[in-house]
Design a protein. Structure first.
Length: 189
């Protein structure tokens, strides 16, 4: 049976002894994504990569961060085995209203995974990069949520700097420092 994922049209075979015709268009299961990641990591699309990163973060376990008053998590000891409600999100532009946080809070997540593009730095100079992080800190609903709900964060291009920038980005050291400071991570994280 062949499963097609929309977006980048990734394909892989799902091996089952007795294929169920009802699943012909079903999304791949977690086991299939894991198998795909191990076999051909370069072929994962962004959505699959974010799912894998989120699952890896949860699977690695987490404990309350060392910063007093912080709800940020650090990887370490296994998570509470009763952790049942995990929420995740990405792509939150800090200059726009974010009423979503009330709904996410109402779902009472025990862990929230920020999966990149947590803010849109989109900066070509140091002052703008710092201003974007300051704007992010002024989104009160988001900051209140972060104070109250344990969370982990990874970054993507917009957290890092400008759209689709990489290692050539001239502000990469400052960007890493600002990200690590914002999320309570060690500077060499």
């Amino acid at each position: 049976q062949e499963v097609h994922l929309h977006g980048r049209q990734q394909r892989f075979r799902q091996h089952r002894r007795q294929p169920d015709p009802a699943d012909r268009r079903a999304a791949p299961g977690l086991r299939d994504l894991h198998r795909q990641a191990l076999m051909k990591p370069a072929q994962l699309d962004r959505r699959q990569l974010m799912l894998a990163a989120g699952l890896a973060a949860v699977g690695a376990g987490a404990q309350a961060g060392a910063n007093p008053g912080s709800r940020a998590l650090t990887l370490g000891t296994p998570a509470d085995p009763q952790l049942l409600r995990i929420a995740f999100g990405s792509c939150a532009k800090q200059s726009k209203p974010q009423p979503i946080w009330a709904a996410v809070r109402a779902a009472r997540p025990e862990l929230f995974l920020f999966l990149g593009d947590n803010l849109y730095a989109d900066a070509r100079d140091a002052d703008t990069l710092r201003q974007r992080y300051a704007e992010f800190r002024r989104v009160e609903a988001l900051q209140s949520f972060r104070r109250d709900v344990p969370h982990l964060a990874i970054w993507d291009d917009h957290d890092f700097g400008d759209d689709d920038v990489g290692g050539e980005y001239p502000l990469k050291a400052l960007s890493q420092q600002l990200f690590c400071d914002e999320w309570g991570e060690a500077p060499d994280s």
